[in-house]
Ligand binder design. Structure first.
Ligand code: ATP
Ligand code: MG
Length: 646
């Protein structure tokens, strides 16, 4: 066994190494995972059983082992070269830069963990975290993990109602928040929203609200319930022994982004989750000791959990955390920050790329070509399928045609990457997430779980359990079983996405959500295909979303919602551009894919994590009123605009 003190960095160099790991997993599935878990995590009590399938689909991994997630992210680096290495480079909205080393981060986490204990927070309690992107946000998460409390981070853009629902569902005993957050030069209240959420009197479990004073502006404080960070940290020791928990202990509950339905409280484990956070951080990003990693996701999303709060720390990496927005003070902020901090690995979402393309094409001053991006060696994409046009732009203008792009497919439920290229190993194809990571038994099947030949579209499943998989939907085991392990699918994990594998290499391409498959006159098409075709009209189209609506003649009709690179057209101009786009799609894909209707908007309805909410567009296309859950919708005003036909 390797020296447990030294930070082991796992690497897959080249296709033969990848294939060897796949073969190992196939030959001895449990032995493979057990080896990785022993080599990559520090256990305070070793596990004796790797996988327990006796109560499937409630799988258990490493169940009798004990460990602490925070110890595996921080303490493990003490006495190694990482101890005094920069863990976090924090750039505030106003450009102020703060750095903390692993040693300093451990002390801050320990001190805050002691403060939580002193406030009566205990192992097994749930704590809601409603914080801006700050070092303190990560400290709060790590401190909960350190004392065995289960955190539930709620994105700082959510309303009081959304905060309230999550507090109630999770049964939180405490809320950790900030007085304000800074975004785009504006000071926005956070604590006041928590006050609103609690004012209903429905959040009966909450005893405390702990407030990080991000800015000097005062906020209302309720005596007895509310305390500042400064108050609770005063006099607390910077030493706090991590509490060992069982590997299956819920590290966190995170509500999904809600782009397809009402958000679900996805419950993750400690051992299996952390194993995959560390390994994928190292494998997918081919992490080296001197890398400067930047994942732009907010800690309110799974990407900000796995690739900000846990993965980079478990792997001993230096990472950038950014408080603000990509368009402030101008839309060149990301590129300027990459230059300023000599970022080497940049990981962001297609929605951000598409909006920055639009900005750069409109204003040369914010074009990535204006910044020195030579420090970059690897780019990543996550959250939605990346259309080939955006991929090419990212590759050319950000990656200087030299950086591989890892198009990482995964979900809140998978805990970490499941299908992704490995830099330097997997030959890349734009728009394809390529191959499953070793041990992930991804497949494309039909409605009954039978394998489908390559080249034919079907349902994406994962056939066997894996350590970082969702353990339950908080408070709703019945929904867990029904959503992810429907009976007809042979016990496979149902991802909810459609996929097709290429006939040459067996590469996976995600075709969109299963319920986004259109059937027009008997022809099945993924919405993604038509969207990609529209966005390929680069002189005109910035963004597009396609949905189906019932049609008497063709079964389903295609309705496209389009954002142009010019102001939203109306009247004759709209009609003429719509015709041009219809003809374009007919030429790109075929006449069958021609949208029956095209509507133009200034934007599309998106979740606060930037994903297009096609379920709302489906209602608009049908001319229905929106009665669905819109708690995660970023820009409600856009719905009225898009409900109008040209
Ligand atoms: P909800 O499940 O609450 O409706 P959501 O599925 O959007 O919301 P997430 O878990 O954040 O919530 O997103 C996972 C989904 O994002 C995947 O199922 C897939 O549709 C999409 N996705 C993520 N990464 C990629 C990728 N690289 N390529 C294609 N699609 C991706
Ligand atoms: Mg989902």
């Amino acid at each position: 066994m390797p020296d447990a003190r030294a930070a082991q960095v796992a690497r897959i160099s080249g296709m033969p190494a990848y294939e060897a790991l796949c073969a190992e997993a196939e030959a001895d599935f449990e032995g493979y995972w057990a080896r990785l878990a022993r080599e990559n995590l520090q256990w305070s009590r070793p596990f004796s059983q790797t996988l327990d399938e006796s109560n499937a689909p409630f799988y258990q991994w490493f169940a009798d082992g004990e460990l602490n997630a925070s110890a595996n992210c921080l303490d493990r680096h003490m006495g190694t070269p990482a101890e005094h290495k920069t863990a976090i480079v924090f750039e505030a909205d106003d450009g102020t830069v703060t750095r903390v080393s692993y040693r300093e981060l451990l002390e801050r986490v320990s001190q805050f963990a002691n403060a939580l204990k002193a406030q009566g927070v205990q192992k097994g309690d749930r704590v809601v975290i409603y914080m801006p992107m700050t070092i303190e946000g990560v400290v709060a998460m790590q401190a909960c993990a350190r004392i065995g409390a289960t955190h539930s981070v709620v994105f700082g853009g959510f309303s009081a109602k959304a905060v309230q629902e999550r507090i109630i569902d999770a049964g939180a005993v405490a809320v950790i928040t900030a007085n304000y957050q800074m975004r785009g030069g504006k000071e926005l209240p956070l604590k006041a929203i928590v006050d609103d959420a609690l004012a209903s009197g429905l959040c009966t479990t909450v005893r405390q609200v702990l407030v990080y004073e991000r800015t000097a502006t005062a906020c209302a404080m309720q005596p007895g319930r509310d305390k500042t960070f400064a108050e609770v940290m005063a006099g607390q020791s910077k030493d706090c022994a991590p509490v060992a928990v069982g590997a299956e202990h819920p590290l966190f509950v995170l509500y999904t982004s809600g782009s397809t339905g009402t958000p679900k409280g996805v419950q993750h484990s400690t051992g299996g989750y952390l194993l995959w956070a560390k390994l994928t951080m190292e494998w997918t990003f081919d992490l080296r000791p001197d890398d400067v990693f930047w994942c732009t996701a907010d800690i309110g999303w799974i990407t900000g959990h796995t690739y900000v709060a846990y993965g980079p720390l478990a792997a001993g990496a230096t990472q950038i955390i950014f408080e603000g927005v990509p368009t402030f003070p101008d839309a060149g902020r990301f590129w300027q920050m990459i230059e300023r901090h000599r970022c080497s690995i940049f990981y962001t979402a297609p929605t951000a790329i598409r909006s920055l393309i639009k900005a750069a094409e409109g204003d040369a001053a914010v074009h990535p070509d204006r910044s020195d991006l030579s420090s970059l060696r690897l780019l990543g994409s996550v959250g939605e399928p990346i259309n080939p046009e955006a991929w090419m732009w990212y590759h050319r203008h950000v990656g200087g045609e030299r950086c591989p792009i890892v198009d990482t497919f995964w979900q809140t439920e998978t805990g970490g990457h499941v299908i992704t290229p490995l830099p330097g190993a997997t030959p890349l194809v734009p728009g394809s997430c390529t191959l499953p990571l070793p041990g992930i038994t991804a497949a494309v099947v039909d409605e009954l779980g039978h394998d489908i030949p390559n080249g034919t579209g079907g349902i994406l499943v994962i056939k066997r359990p894996w350590p970082s998989m969702i353990r339950n939907i908080w408070n709703d085991p019945a929904r867990f079983k029904k959503s992810y392990f429907p009976e007809e699918l042979k016990g496979f994990y149902l991802a909810g996405d459609g996929a097709v594998r290429s006939t040459d290499r067996g590469y996976f391409r995600i075709t969109g959500r299963i319920d986004d498959v259109l059937n027009v006159s008997g022809h099945r098409m993924g919405t993604m295909e038509i969207e990609s075709a529209l966005v390929a009209k680069t002189d005109l189209v910035a963004e597009a979303a396609v949905v189906g609506r019932p049609d008497d003649v063709t079964g389903e009709a295609i309705c496209a919602f389009v954002v142009l690179k010019r102001p939203r057209p109306t009247g004759e101009e709209a009609k003429q551009i719509a015709k041009e786009l219809r003809d374009w799609v007919a030429k790109e894909i075929g006449p069958i894919a021609k949208p029956k209707e095209i509507r133009f908007g200034d934007n599309l309805p998106k979740t606060r994590s930037g994903k297009i909410m096609r379920r709302l567009l489906r209602a608009l296309a049908k001319g229905e009123a929106i009665t669905q859950d819109t708690s995660t919708l970023e820009n409600p005003a856009i719905l009225a605009q898009l409900s109008q036909t040209n």
